[in-house]
Write a protein that binds this ligand. Structure first.
Ligand code: NOJ
Length: 968
C-alpha cells in the first residue's frame, strides 16, 4: 500500500511530505496507534478514570465513597415566570472550601429533561488567563445555536410539575408517567417511568467539574513543584496545565476544566449510539471483565484516522454524543451536548449483592469531556422509535434528499480528466447500469486550490458538466476546508486579509499542512467567514459555472491537519468569539458543511435541495448533510463492519449514511466487490469509491458473471427507490432510521437486541442480511418474531416462527425476506438514472401477515424542490384485508396536487401470501374516485403467479385518487 499522498507531488512539498510520508505511507495497513491518544495519554481522561478507580477501590475496601457534590438547598427555586425550570447551586467540596456551580433542571414540553451545570467564577469571567486576552473566560456556552432546535426547547408550564419535598430532596412528577427524584446530598438524580427506575445521574459519585484555580508558580531551581492546594486526595494533578503527546505540547491556558458524570441505565443490558466507531451496534464494555471488552473508553474526537481498524473504540471522523439504551418495555435517550474531546466508559453489571441499584444487570457509563458545560438531555420513552423522534425534536431531522441523491454514485480518487469523466458516464449507458452522480476528488483542482480547476486536464469543464446534465447525471465536486497558503490565490488572500481563518494564539491565521502543503483553515464559526464561503459557490464564480447539477463533497473537515497533534488542529487555536478550538473541536466540521449547504441553497436560490456529503459530523449534522464512514479497506472485515456502523449512525439520528463500496484502500477481489455492491445497494448513501493507487473497478471491469450480478444489485436499488425515498421522508419528519436494527421491530425480543448483521429497510418489511463472508453460499438469518416471512423473489418460501434459518445465497443472490403485514412500493421499469424514472408508474408489493392483512404508505413529491413543504406531495396509504377482499388506496393528507402528482399511477400489484381461493384468477373490480370526486368503475385482470401469490395487471389507479379493488 502506497501513501495516499499524490505521488508526483512529493518533490514539490519538501518537509511536509517527509512528515506525511511518516504518517501516511505504510505497507502494513494498520492504524497507527501511536498517533492517537489513549485515555491514559490524554490526561483529562486519565484524571477522571482515576477518580472512578479511587471510588471503586474505596467500595471494595468496605469504605464508603461519597460524591463531594451537594445541592445548596437554600438556592433552589422555580423559574420566576413559573415555567418548569429549577435553578440553584451545587457545591463542590475542595480542601479550600466550597466551589459554587450553578445548575438548572428544565422540563421541556416534549417531556425531555435537561440538566446543566456551570461554574460561577468562569461564568462571571472572574478568572485570570495569563497572557491571553483574546480567549474567553467562560466555559463554552454557545453550542445550542449550532446543535439544538430552539423552538422545540419550550418549557412546560410550572403548574404541570408536581413537586413534593422529602426532607432536603425533591420528588418531581412531570407528566406521561415520568418522575424524577432530585437528591441533594450527595447530589444525584433518579429518573422513573411508570414507577420503574430507568436512569440515575451520579449514582457512582463520579461527577467532576474541574474548577478554575491559579496555576501554582513554577518551582525555583532546586525546589520541588508546589502541589495544587485545591486538589482532593483522590484527584491527580497530571496534565492540568500542559499535556505533551507525540512530541507536541498542548498548553492549557485556562487550566484544568474537564467535566465528568456517571450515568447508569437501570436494567438495561444494551446501549447503542455514540458514533463514530468501527464497532458492534450494541456497545461493548470498556472496563469490565467480559470477553472481547475494550481496554479504552469509546472516544468522541473527530480525527482523520488513517487505515482505521475494525472492532475498536478509537475516535474516528465524526462524533455524536447521543446514546440510546433499550430493554423490553422501555427505551432511554441520553444526549450529552458538548463538542470537546470526550470519552465514554461502559461497564455492564452482573447480578450481585452489591448495594448499587445498577448492579442488577444494568449498564453504567462514565462520560468525560475535556472542557465546556455539563449539559445533558434525558429522554424516557416506550420504544426506540420514540427516542429517535424526541432526540430529533432536539437536534433536528435529516434533510429530505433529492431523489438522485439516493441513487447510485460513482466516485474514485480520481477521474483523470474531462474525457475520462465523460467516458465513464457513457460506459454506464453502454453497459446499461443505472447511476446518477459522478464525483471529482481533489485532483480536479489546480494544485489543490479549491474553487479552481486543473485547466489542462479539465479544459471545458463547463461543457463537461452540461453534458452530464444532458444525460440527466449530476457532478459532485470535492471542496475541503484547508486553503492553500500561497500568494495570488484569492481564497487565501481574502481569508488572511479579513482574518477569517482559525487563528493561532497570536490572533494570526494558524498555518498547518494538508493536501496542498501549507494551508490555513476557514473559520466557519464566524458569520462573516460563512458569508464569504457562500459567495464562493455563486453562479457568478467562474469555477462553478451556472450549472444546476453541481453538488458538493466536504472532506478532511475534522479538521485534518497532517502536521497537527493527532492529525488535527492544535486545541489552543482560537475561533471567532474567542473560543478555543478545544471547546468546539467536534463541532467545527458541522459548521463547515452547514456553510456549504447554505452556499448551495443560495446558489440554487432555494429552488432545489442541495446534496452535501461530509466526513466529519456532530449532533445536528443530519439536518444538512449525508455522511460516509471514511477510508475503509477492500477487505471482508470492512464490508462486515459497515453494517453496524451504518445502523449506529441511524440510531444516533444521522440516517443518511454509507460506506465506500468496494473498500477505499486496496483492490477487492471480484467476489468481494460483488458482495459489496449487493450490500451497498441497501446503504442509505450508496457510493462506490477507491483510493488513487487502487486499480480501476467500475462495474463493467469486473467481467462476467460479476458485472451482471453487480448490475442487478444496482437495478434492485433503483426498483426500490420509492421505498427508500419514503423511508427518507419518514426520517425527515420523525427521525426514523432508514435501515432499522431488528430491535426496532421486535422491541420485546431480547435475542434481537444485539443483532447487527441484518436490518429492515424502513417500514417496508424488507429484511436483509448481506453476505459478508468470503466464499459463502448461504447465510444464517435470524427471524425475530412469529410473523410470516416470505422469500423476496421466491414467494413460495414461507418462514414461520422465531429462529435461525439457512438462506441460500449463491453469488447472484442477496439474502432478503419480506415480513408479512407490509405493503411497499417499487418502480420496475429499468432506467439509467433516478431522474429518468420520475414519470414511471409504480408497482405495489403486498405481503400478507398471519391474519391475511397488510398495510403500507409512501411519500412522493417532485423529488427535487422544497415545494413539498408547501404541501405539494402525495402520501397514499394502502391496505388489504383478505377477509373482506378489499384493497384500498387513500390519501388522508390535504395536499396541493400538481399536474405531475396527478399523473402518477400504479401499473402492477403483487400480492404475496394469498392462495388461489383467497385471490382467484380472473377479474377484480376497481372503483376509483376521479378528480371530480366521481366514482369510476372498471374491471382488471388478476393472474396467479404461484400457489402463494397473484398479480393484478394494469390496475392503472392514480395515486392521487382514492381507490379500491374488490376481489371476487
Ligand atoms: C480522504 C477521503 O476520506 C477520501 O475519500 C478521499 O478520496 C481523499 N481524502 C482524497 O480527497
Amino acid at each position: 500500500m502506497k501513501s495516499r499522498i499524490f505521488p508526483n507531488a512529493f518533490a514539490l512539498l519538501g518537509i511536509y511530505f517527509l512528515i506525511s510520508i511518516a504518517l501516511f505511507s505504510t505497507p502494513s495497513q494498520a492504524v497507527k496507534h501511536n498517533l492517537f491518544r489513549t485515555c491514559e495519554q490524554n490526561k483529562f481522561c486519565k484524571r477522571n478514570r482515576h477518580i472512578a478507580d479511587y471510588a471503586s477501590s474505596q467500595t471494595l475496601e468496605g469504605k464508603e465513597w461519597t460524591s463531594p457534590y451537594e445541592i445548596d438547598v437554600a438556592t433552589v427555586a422555580l423559574n420566576k415566570d413559573k415555567t418548569a425550570k429549577l435553578t440553584g447551586n451545587i457545591l463542590k467540596t475542595t480542601p479550600k472550601g466550597f466551589v459554587t456551580l450553578p445548575f438548572s433542571l428544565s422540563f421541556l414540553k416534549s417531556g425531555i429533561v435537561r440538566f446543566t451545570l456551570d461554574e460561577l467564577k468562569r461564568q462571571d469571567g472572574n478568572i485570570e488567563i495569563p497572557g491571553n486576552k483574546n480567549i474567553r473566560k467562560e466555559r463554552y456556552n454557545d453550542l445550542d445555536k449550532w446543535t439544538l432546535i430552539e423552538e422545540n426547547l419550550v418549557l412546560s408550564d410550572g403548574t404541570e410539575l408536581n413537586i413534593e419535598q422529602v426532607e432536603h430532596d425533591l420528588k418531581i412528577s412531570y407528566g406521561g408517567g415520568n418522575k424524577l427524584f432530585l437528591q441533594s446530598n450527595p447530589f444525584s438524580i433518579k429518573f422513573y417511568r411508570n414507577e420503574e427506575l430507568q436512569v440515575v445521574l451520579n449514582e457512582r459519585g463520579l461527577l467532576n467539574l474541574e474548577h478554575w484555580r491559579a496555576q501554582p508558580p513554577a518551582p525555583k531551581e532546586g525546589e520541588e513543584q508546589v502541589k495544587d492546594s485545591e486538589l482532593n486526595v483522590w484527584e491527580l494533578e497530571e496534565g492540568m496545565w500542559e499535556d505533551t503527546f507525540d512530541g507536541k505540547t498542548d498548553k492549557k491556558v485556562r487550566g484544568p476544566e474537564s467535566i465528568a458524570l456517571d450515568i447508569s441505565f437501570i436494567g438495561f443490558k444494551h446501549v447503542y449510539g455514540i458514533p463514530e466507531h468501527s464497532d458492534s451496534l450494541s456497545l461493548r464494555e470498556t472496563r469490565g471483565q467480559a470477553e472481547g471488552h475494550h481496554k479504552d473508553p469509546y472516544r468522541l474526537f473527530n480525527v482523520d484516522i488513517f487505515e482505521y481498524e475494525v472492532d475498536s473504540p478509537m475516535a474516528m471522523y465524526g462524533s455524536i454524543p447521543f446514546m440510546q439504551a433499550h430493554k423490553a418495555g422501555s427505551s432511554v435517550g441520553l444526549y450529552w451536548n458538548n463538542a470537546a474531546d470526550t470519552y465514554v466508559d461502559i461497564i455492564k453489571t452482573r447480578p450481585s449483592n452489591d448495594k448499587m441499584i445498577s448492579s442488577l444487570q444494568s449498564t453504567q457509563t462514565h462520560w468525560i469531556s475535556e472542557s465546556g458545560l455539563i449539559d445533558i438531555f434525558v429522554i424516557l420513552a416506550d420504544d426506540p422509535s420514540e427516542v429517535n423522534e424526541k432526540y430529533g425534536s432536539l437536534t433536528g431531522y435529516a434533510l429530505l434528499p433529492q431523489s438522485f441523491a439516493i441513487g447510485h454514485h460513482q466516485c474514485r480518487w480520481n477521474y483523470n480528466d474531462k474525457s475520462d469523466v465523460l467516458e465513464v458516464n457513457s460506459n454506464f449507458d453502454k453497459y446499461d447500469i443505472p447511476y446518477d452522480v459522478i464525483w471529482l476528488d481533489i485532483e480536479y483542482t489546480d494544485d489543490k486550490k479549491y474553487f479552481t480547476w486543473n485547466e489542462k486536464a479539465f479544459k471545458g469543464h463547463d461543457d463537461m458538466i452540461k453534458e452530464l446534465d444532458e444525460t440527466k447525471r449530476k457532478l459532485v465536486a470535492i471542496i475541503d476546508p484547508h486553503i492553500k497558503a500561497v500568494k495570488g490565490y484569492k481564497q487565501f488572500e481574502t481569508l488572511e486579509s479579513k482574518n477569517l481563518a482559525i487563528c493561532n494564539t497570536e490572533d494570526k491565521p494558524y498555518h498547518g499542512h494538508c493536501w496542498p502543503g501549507e494551508s490555513v483553515w476557514i473559520d466557519t464559526l464566524s458569520p462573516e467567514a460563512r458569508k464569504l464561503w457562500v459567495s464562493w459557490f455563486g453562479k457568478d464564480q467562474s469555477w462553478a459555472g451556472n450549472n444546476d447539477n453541481l453538488h458538493i463533497w466536504n472532506d478532511m473537515n475534522e479538521p485534518s491537519v497532517f502536521s497537527g497533534p493527532e492529525t488535527t488542529m492544535d486545541k489552543n487555536t482560537v475561533h471567532f468569539g474567542g473560543w478555543e478550538h478545544r471547546d468546539v473541536h467536534n463541532l467545527y466540521g458541522m459548521t463547515y458543511h452547514n456553510a456549504t449547504l447554505d452556499a448551495l441553497n443560495e446558489r440554487y436560490n432555494y429552488k432545489q435541495r442541495p446534496f452535501v456529503l461530509t466526513r466529519a459530523y456532530f449532533a445536528g449534522s443530519q439536518r444538512t448533510a449525508a455522511m460516509w464512514t471514511g477510508d475503509n479497506m477492500a477487505k471482508w472485515e470492512y464490508l462486515k463492519a459497515a453494517t453496524p456502523m451504518i445502523l449506529t449512525s441511524g440510531v444516533a439520528g444521522m440516517p443518511f449514511a454509507g460506506a465506500d463500496v468496494g473498500g477505499f484502500f486496496g483492490n477487492p477481489s471480484t467476489e468481494l466487490l460483488t458482495r459489496w455492491y449487493q450490500a451497498g445497494a441497501f446503504y442509505p448513501f450508496f457510493r462506490a469509491h477507491a483510493h488513487i493507487d487502487s486499480k480501476r473497478r467500475e462495474p463493467w471491469l469486473a467481467g462476467e458473471p460479476y458485472t451482471s450480478i453487480i448490475k442487478s444489485a444496482i437495478q434492485l436499488r433503483y426498483k426500490l427507490l420509492p421505498t427508500f425515498y419514503s423511508a427518507f421522508y419518514q426520517a425527515s419528519i420523525d427521525g426514523s432510521p432508514i435501515l432499522k436494527p431488528l430491535y426496532y421491530v421486535t422491541p420485546n425480543n431480547e435475542d434481537s437486541f444485539a443483532i447487527d448483521d441484518e436490518f429492515y429497510v424502513g417500514d417496508s418489511g424488507i429484511l436483509v442480511k448481506p453476505v459478508t463472508e468470503e466464499g459463502a453460499t448461504s447465510v444464517n438469518l435470524y427471524i425475530p418474531d412469529d410473523e410470516f416471512y416470505y422469500g423476496y423473489d421466491d414467494h413460495e418460501k414461507i418462514y414461520k416462527g422465531v429462529g435461525n434459518y439457512r438462506i441460500e445465497a449463491p453469488l447472484n443472490t442477496i439474502p432478503m425476506l419480506l415480513r408479512g403485514g407490509h405493503i411497499h412500493v417499487r418502480r420496475d421499469r429499468p432506467r439509467r438514472s433516478a431522474t429518468l424514472m420520475k414519470y414511471d408508474p409504480y408497482t405495489l408489493v403486498i405481503a400478507l401477515d398471519k391474519n391475511g392483512q397488510a398495510k403500507g404508505e409512501m411519500f412522493i413529491d417532485d423529488g427535487e424542490s422544497y415545494n413539498y413543504e408547501k404541501g405539494e406531495y402525495l402520501r397514499p396509504e394502502f391496505e388489504l384485508d383478505i377477509e373482506t377482499g378489499i384493497l384500498s388506496g387513500t390519501n388522508e393528507d390535504e395536499t396541493v396536487l400538481t399536474p405531475y402528482l396527478k399523473s402518477l399511477w400504479v401499473e402492477k400489484i403483487i400480492i404475496i401470501g394469498a392462495n388461489a381461493n383467497q385471490i382467484k384468477e380472473g377479474t377484480a373490480e376497481v372503483v376509483e374516485q376521479d378528480e371530480a370526486g366521481e366514482e369510476v368503475k372498471r374491471s382488471v385482470q388478476v393472474k396467479r403467479l404461484s400457489q402463494n401469490s397473484a398479480v393484478i395487471v394494469g390496475p392503472r389507479v392514480k395515486l392521487a385518487n382514492d381507490w379500491s379493488i374488490e376481489f371476487k
